[in-house]
Write a protein of this length. Sequence first.
Length: 76
Amino acid sequence: MFSILTNLLHLGLVCVGLPPSFKRMASVDEMAGGSPYGPTTIAGSDGERAPGKLDLEGAHFHGAHVATIAGKLCGA
């Protein structure tokens, strides 16, 4: 993941991670993916685990965050 950042930035693209304002990422109540680099899920070696509620909340939060940043960059 880190190796592609150089290429994206070289092309002038903007990288938007999952910010610390998504407080549920620090939750230890359930097994979940996610990091400051973006939302993820833990699927298991055979993909037997579907994304959980917390994983999906992180993805939705991230999508809204990306849309907000894009709106600010476009002057909306």
